[in-house]
Ligand binder design. Structure first.
Ligand SMILES: [Fe+2]
Length: 448
């Protein structure tokens, strides 16, 4: 049997198709636009290649959209049919099983299948990246780090070594080891100059450490690492905007929003999340964002019955609340109540923290800041399980803190701010500094 760039067996019989498959792996690792093109070429040349269909299905589920479950199910059926003909390797059968587990509502089962492959083939960067990506969706930072660290040694002098370091850097950052994350991420970028994920892991470090100058330089000096990307490049622009926001350059933030982040009115949930969370951050700083919410709310109100990811739903609700789409907001709340009563890994996240968080966002949109603070603070301990990064979820943290200040809950809010600073290894960003100062101001007894 032939082996791919991950030094793992692949039941493709033609060296050209293996090259195409390797191209798919490289593009997927780099968040490149060519991933689906390479995958289609592989499947048209090898219609009995089960792992290719499994990849198509798993990649569809990662998009976090209900309608793509249909695509993923069809891919799963094609994969099973292909296995019946070809048999496939143990690795390929585990990929097909991973897709089946996720389709049955058990993304953790998909992770387990990837880890079984990695136990046998620790050089399999592709399976490591899939495990990494699903753990990211489930908010499993600790597991994400352990998974990558288990295969680090096997990636010494590996063709994809740099991409694995990019993943490692991200897990180090998400588990609070900022110095190591910076060093590993920069080392990875030297080895894989198109690794947007690794570059962005270091941008996360600078965000958490309140080092906006370093973050902006990093992004500006490594354009080739991310301008080749699929919609992930909007996310890199979003990171740059966050860093400018921390420097108080709100005009630059708005220009980036209009000219880059929302230049294309896409409806990928990650793009909507970038946009809604940036507009909310600007509003919290007192910036008028005009009618920018409306186009986001137009997309969001078509997603109230989606239910794939609490992370996506909460960002949709930001747009619905800000644009005053009350019917859609209510539809989202009703659907949350229904999903929360169901069994399963994702419904459990709707029950906690989803319901409390959604209720807090609704209260915030209505100006009921005491209720917003109460509900968002209640959701806070479990918020990591909705997935995404600390930087992404920070919009909810900021809303909690501002709701606390607006409702006069100074002691509790100050405790939240101190906890937020501690998670950043003591770094005080502009947001924390201004809110702490605001609390101090309100406590000062006016001179008689
Ligand atoms: Fe990010």
């Amino acid at each position: 049997m032939m082996h791919d760039i991950c030094q793992a067996p692949v039941s493709l019989e033609d060296a050209t198709l293996v090259e195409e498959w390797n191209g798919m792996i490289r593009a997927f690792l780099a968040h490149g636009t060519a991933t689906p093109t390479h995958l289609s070429a592989v499947l048209s040349g090898a219609p009995q290649f089960a792992m290719g269909y499994a990849a198509k299905g798993l990649f569809s589920l990662m998009m976090g959209r209900k309608e793509l479950y249909v695509v993923a199910r069809e891919a799963g059926e094609d994969a099973i049919a292909a296995l019946a003909v070809s048999g496939g390797s143990a690795r390929e059968r585990l990929w097909v099983r991973a897709l089946g587990e996720w389709l049955d509502g058990r993304p953790s089962g998909a992770i387990a299948a990837m880890e079984r492959i990695l136990a046998e083939y620790p050089t399999d960067t592709l399976s490591a990246k899939v495990s990494h990506a699903i753990r990211f969706i489930l908010g499993d930072g600790v597991g994400m780090r352990a998974s990558i660290e288990n295969v680090l040694d096997a990636h010494k002098d590996h063709a994809l070594e740099g991409y694995l370091y990019g993943c490692h850097a991200f897990t180090l950052e998400e588990t609070g080891d900022y110095r190591a994350a910076e060093a590993v991420g920069l080392k990875g970028l030297e080895l894989a100059t198109d690794d947007a994920w690794g570059l962005h892991a270091v941008a996360h470090v600078y965000d958490m450490m309140a080092r906006p100058d370093a973050g902006i330089s990093l992004i500006e000096n490594n354009v080739s690492a991310w301008d080749h990307c699929n919609n992930f490049r909007y996310h890199v622009w979003w990171h740059k905007a966050l860093l400018h926001l921390d420097r108080g350059e709100n005009d630059i933030v708005l220009a980036l929003y209009d000219q880059q982040i929302r230049a294309d009115k896409t409806d990928d949930y990650r793009d909507i999340a970038n946009a809604t969370s940036l507009l909310m951050r600007l509003e919290l700083e007192g910036i008028q964002v005009g009618d920018r919410w409306a186009e986001l709310a137009d997309f969001a109100q078509t997603r109230t019955d989606d239910g794939c990811l609490v992370f996506a739903d909460l960002h949709y609700q930001l747009a619905l609340g800000a644009a005053g789409r009350e019917d859609a907001q209510a539809a989202m709340s009703t659907r949350f109540a229904i999903d929360a009563a169901r069994q399963g890994e994702m419904p459990a996240r709707v029950a906690d923290p989803g319901k409390a968080a959604l209720s807090g966002l609704n209260a915030f949109a209505e100006g009921r800041y005491d209720a917003a603070f109460h509900d968002l603070a209640a959701a806070r301990p479990a918020m990591q399980t909705i997935g995404g990064s600390h930087a992404q979820r920070d919009v909810f943290e900021r809303m909690t803190i501002d709701a606390g200040i607006r409702s006069g809950m100074y002691d509790a809010t100050e405790a939240l701010l101190e906890d937020r600073i501690a998670r950043r290894a003591g770094a005080v960003d502009r947001f924390a500094a201004t809110r702490l100062a605001s609390i101090q101001d309100t406590r000062r007894i006016p001179a008689q």
